[in-house]
Design a protein around this ligand. Structure first.
Ligand code: FMN
Ligand code: FE2
Ligand code: FE2
Length: 397
């Protein structure tokens, strides 16, 4: 069934209930690929769905009108979860025009190698559909160079592509306000920001400022994943806060271990954080997926990173985690390394190097313990956990 989100505007996307891995990101709640149909003199489809979900989208559109009635398609973003069925749809529906950004044209041509009726649009370009008008807003690098958003002026709906999205499969299509947002959804919204948009915080802030300057008011924001937001101010506010790198009095102990010595230290750091009265979370890198760890890290002000030394190196799960984190360019976090070793003990130094490479200066040179920690070393870790929490999380308190 299509879902009416405004008069003559329908959600006609697809729900992916079983997807659990989205290019390496753990999607425990599945996802949706949202597409929206505007029925006017020019029938317009905003975005399409991932390959394999075309029949589901087509069935929804057919409940409204025959596919041949589609005149225009807007492609806000080339990534294949939104464009994967575009070429096939174009063969079936034969649209007159497919609107995209100039880099969208390059990207779509490289992906589909077909002669599509692509029409380039820029920020401010307006297209009349009859009673409705679309206006485009280029959002380069949010999160691909081709990315743009589409504003439906009369209904004040922003079709925001991946921006403000969440990987969340549900029968619920609309979130009416902050109170109507299930806690699990809010977590997925935050997870999406942390894993996809964290590196572009400055661009997110610039976009929000630009939108405010243009005086654009959104009655609704309709992203390409998750639910459509009515009264979306709370979503904009959440993005503003995350983009500014605002942190909470919250510390994470992130580690791996072979024979539990590093783990003993990890627990001691946790005790210290709890002594200081801050929120503390323990993330074992093979128990918690890195996409969840970075979600929790988004608003944490302090992290302890622990790894034993293995073959003159850090543990591979820590290497993986730090590689991922470096790409996300985290800001404003105090960090410290720790670990157990047997003879050469390189792990702590290597973690410190990675922290420096992400421009996160370690706030302590690191705690290294030979083989199994003794009570004094555990007490030292606990004391350090509490002291760094007080210094870096509770400074203003
Ligand atoms: C396969 C393997 C390779 C190791 N390689 C090194 C090494 O190159 N340098 C070193 O200092 N310790 C090395 N160790 C010793 C561990 O770092 C040491 O046992 C440490 O206490 C393990 O901490 P964990 O209990 O947190 O796993 C190695 C241990 C194992 C099992
Ligand atoms: Fe994307
Ligand atoms: Fe997407």
């Amino acid at each position: 069934m299509p879902v009416t989100i405004a008069p003559q505007v329908y959600w006609v996307g697809a729900i992916d209930w079983t997807m659990r891995d989205f290019h390496g990101y753990l999607t425990e709640a599945g996802s949706t690929y949202n597409a929206f149909l505007i029925v006017d003199e020019k029938v317009t489809l905003i975005d399409t769905v991932k390959k394999g979900f075309l029949p589901e989208m087509l069935a929804r559109i057919r409940e409204i009108l025959p596919l041949e009635r589609i005149d225009y398609i807007v492609c806000n973003h080339v990534e294949m979860d939104h464009s994967g069925s575009l070429a096939e749809l174009a063969r079936i529906a034969r649209p007159e025009k497919i609107f995209c950004s100039s880099l969208g044209k390059v990207g779509l041509t490289r992906h589909y190698k077909e002669d599509l009726p692509l029409v380039e649009v820029k920020t401010g370009t307006e297209v009349s559909l009859g009673r409705h008008h679309l206006m485009f807003l280029e959002t380069p690098m949010l999160h691909w160079p081709d990315s743009m958003m589409t504003f439906l002026k009369e209904e004040q709906i922003l079709f925001s592509s991946d921006g403000f999205g969440a990987h969340y499969a549900s029968s619920q299509r609309l979130i009416r306000n902050r109170h109507d947002c299930p806690p699990k959804y809010f977590y997925e919204l935050k997870k999406y920001y942390a894993n996809i948009l964290m590196p572009m915080g400055t661009l997110v802030t610039q976009l929000l400022d630009k939108v405010a300057k243009l005086g654009l008011e959104f009655r609704m924001i309709a992203p390409d994943h998750g639910c459509v937001y009515e009264n979306p101010d709370w979503v904009l506010e959440a993005y503003r806060t995350w983009a500014a790198g605002v942190t909470q009095p919250k510390g994470l102990v992130i580690y791996d271990t072979m024979w539990h010595s590093t783990e003993m230290l990890a627990h001691a750091f946790m005790e210290g954080l709890m002594d200081a009265g801050v929120e503390a979370q323990l993330h074992h890198l093979r128990a918690t997926h890195y996409s969840d760890t970075v979600t929790e890290l988004l608003d944490a002000g302090l992290m302890f990173l622990g790894s034993p030394t293995i073959n003159n190196n850090m543990f591979p799960s820590m290497g993986q985690f730090l590689t991922y984190l470096k790409g996300l360019k985290p800001k404003k976090k105090a960090a410290m390394a720790f670990g157990s070793y047997g003879w050469s003990g390189q792990a702590v130094g290597l973690i410190n190097q990675e922290l420096e490479a992400m421009q996160l200066k370690p706030v302590h040179e690191g705690l290294q313990v030979r083989y199994i920690p003794d009570p004094d070393e555990l007490a030292q870790a606990r004391e350090l956990g509490a002291r760094l929490a007080r210094e870096h999380l509770l400074k203003s308190a």
